[in-house]
Design a protein around this ligand. Structure first.
Ligand SMILES: [Zn+2]
Length: 76
């Protein structure tokens, strides 16, 4: 949920040396597998419905990753 992270980042930075810092998020598309028919479904949120059979039992297989690739810091 990148929007939630952006919201929390701004609030957590207020009143600290990080105030005004820029957060860059590279989003990985969400992908799930249907537990009933095995279809692959693209998701833009952590739940959904299978396009093929209508099941809501999905196993998320991509899109929940969270890695910090880099942090740039300037001298104070
Ligand atoms: Zn299905």
């Amino acid at each position: 949920m990148p929007d939630a992270i952006r919201f929390c980042f701004d609030i957590c930075c207020q009143g600290t040396v990080l105030e005004g810092a820029t957060l860059e998020i590279i989003e990985t598309p969400g992908l799930a597998s249907c537990c009933h028919c095995g279809a692959k479904i693209e998701l833009d949120r952590p739940f959904g419905i299978c396009d093929r059979c209508g099941s809501v039992e999905l196993k998320i297989i991509q899109g929940e990753e969270l890695k910090i690739r880099s942090i740039e810091i300037e001298d104070l």
